[in-house]
Design a protein around this ligand. Structure first.
Ligand SMILES: Cc1ncc(COP(=O)(O)O)c(C=O)c1O
Length: 376
C-alpha cells in the first residue's frame, strides 16, 4: 500500500501561512472564539470560566453526548449510534474509505473533486473510475455516464455536493439518479456534504441522508460554518454497524475529539446559533462574489467561469498558455499570493480562487493575481 502525496493539501499546508494574501481557502473568513461565544443561542454559550475549567483529559471516543445530540438533529431519524464525531471531515472520509475498500474494489469518483478520497481509494488498492462533471452543461452530472461507469463489482460511489472546486450544487434529480444507480449494483455511497449550508443563493443542497441505506454522509464545521480550526467533523450512516467499525478505526487514528473544541462545536450547533453562523456565511459569499466576478469580467476573454452556487470558491478557466502550477508559483513568488492550481484537481488551465476572506484582502489579492497575468 502506498498513498501518494495529497498535492493540494501539501501546497496549502506548506504555504498558506507564509503568504501575504491567501486566496487558496475554500471556506469563509473564520470566526474567532469571541465572535462565536457572542452569538445568541437557544442555550447560553459557555462562559469564559466554564471554558477555562474544561478538563483536558481524553474525551468520549466517538464524541460526547451533547455534541452527538446536536449533530443528530441534522439527520432526521438518527440517534447517537448513527454518528461518529471525527477530527474534521477529512478523518471521516479517511475512516470511511478504510472501512469500505479493499484492494481490487472498484470505485466511481466524481471529478473534479477534493482529491482526498480519490487518493485514498488508490492507496488502498482500489480501481478508481473518474466520473466527470461537465463544463459545457455548467458542471452538471451526467447520470447516463454514471450508469456506463458502474460495474457489478463497484463497491463505492463518491460524490461531493456542493462540489469543490466548481461550487456546483446538484439537486434532487442528481441525488435520485445516484441512488437509483447504486441500488442496481448494491454499491455504497460516500457523500461528502461539507459545503452544504454554504449556499450563496437558492435552496439548501439536498442531502443523501434518508434516501439510501448503504450510505455514509461526511461533513463538519470547516466550510459552511467557518470553523475549520475546531477540527470537528463527523460521519453519519443509517448503518450503525458501519459507524461502530469506523469508531474502531478511529481508535487507531485520533482516539477522541479535543474537549475544548468539542465544547465550542456544541455551542456552534445550538439551533439558533447555527442559523446565525450560516447567515453570516451567506452574507460573506453575497458580498464578496461580486468583487471576484467583476475582477474576472474586467479582464475580458481571459477567464471563463460559471459563478458558484455554494462555497467560497471560484473555478476559473484561463486562456494563457502557462501551466497552472507555474502560474501558481509565479503568483506566490512574485506577488506573495496563494491560489490553488487546476493541476491539483487534475485540470490544468484552471485555477481556484477562494473569495471568502475579508473584502479588502480579496481585492488586493486579486489585483496581485492580475498583475502577474498581465505580465505573462
Ligand atoms: C470536499 C471536502 N471534504 C473535506 C474537506 C476537509 O475538511 P475538514 O476541515 O472538515 O477536515 C475539504 C477541505 O477542503 C473539502 O473540500
Amino acid at each position: 500500500m502506498r498513498i501518494e502525496p495529497f498535492e493540494m493539501e501539501r501546497w496549502q499546508s506548506t504555504y498558506e501561512h507564509q503568504v501575504a494574501y491567501n486566496l487558496s481557502e475554500s471556506g469563509v473568513h473564520p470566526l474567532s472564539t469571541r465572535e462565536l461565544l457572542a452569538l445568541p443561542g437557544e442555550t447560553p454559550a459557555p462562559s469564559q470560566r466554564q471554558l477555562l475549567d474544561i478538563r483536558l483529559g481524553y474525551a468520549q471516543g466517538n464524541g460526547a453526548e451533547p455534541l452527538h445530540d446536536r449533530v443528530a438533529l441534522l439527520y432526521p431519524g438518527s440517534d447517537r449510534d448513527n454518528i461518529l464525531i471525527t477530527h474534521g471531515g477529512a478523518e471521516a472520509n479517511f475512516l470511511t474509505t478504510l472501512e469500505l475498500l479493499e484492494a481490487g474494489d472498484h470505485v466511481v469518483f466524481m471529478v473534479p473533486n477534493y482529491m482526498q478520497v480519490g487518493g485514498l481509494s488508490d492507496g488502498w488498492g482500489a480501481e478508481v473510475s473518474p466520473w466527470p462533471l461537465e463544463e459545457e452543461t455548467g458542471w452538471d452530472a451526467d447520470l447516463e455516464r454514471l450508469g456506463s461507469l458502474l460495474r457489478p463489482d463497484t463497491k463505492l460511489i463518491v460524490v461531493t455536493n456542493p462540489n469543490n472546486p466548481t461550487g456546483k450544487s446538484l439537486g434532487e434529480k442528481f441525488v435520485e439518479g445516484v441512488v437509483a444507480a447504486a441500488e442496481k449494483t448494491g454499491a455504497w455511497i460516500l457523500s461528502d456534504e461539507v459545503y452544504r449550508g454554504a449556499e450563496r443563493d437558492g435552496p439548501v443542497t439536498p442531502t443523501f441522508w434518508g434516501k439510501y441505506d448503504r450510505l455514509v454522509v461526511t461533513s463538519g464545521l470547516s466550510k459552511a460554518y467557518g470553523l475549520p480550526g475546531l477540527r470537528i467533523g463527523w460521519a453519519a450512516s443509517p448503518d450503525k454497524k458501519k459507524i461502530e467499525r469506523l469508531w474502531s478505526y478511529h481508535d487507531y487514528s485520533t482516539i477522541c475529539p479535543s474537549p475544548p473544541m468539542e465544547a465550542l462545536a456544541t455551542c456552534a450547533l445550538d439551533p439558533l446559533r447555527r442559523e446565525k453562523i450560516l447567515g453570516r456565511t451567506t452574507e460573506i459569499l453575497r458580498t464578496n462574489l461580486p468583487i471576484a466576478v467583476e475582477w474576472a469580467k474586467e479582464q475580458g476573454a481571459r477567464f471563463s467561469f460559471r459563478p458558484p452556487d455554494a462555497g467560497a470558491i471560484l473555478w476559473l478557466r484561463y486562456d494563457d498558455k502557462v501551466g497552472s502550477l507555474d502560474l501558481a508559483e509565479r503568483l506566490r513568488k512574485e506577488e506573495d499570493v496563494l491560489i490553488v492550481p487546476g493541476e491539483h484537481f487534475g485540470m490544468d488551465g484552471f485555477m481556484r480562487i477562494g473569495y471568502g476572506g475579508t473584502a479588502n484582502e480579496l481585492r488586493e489579492g486579486l489585483a496581485r493575481v492580475r498583475r502577474v497575468m498581465d505580465r505573462l
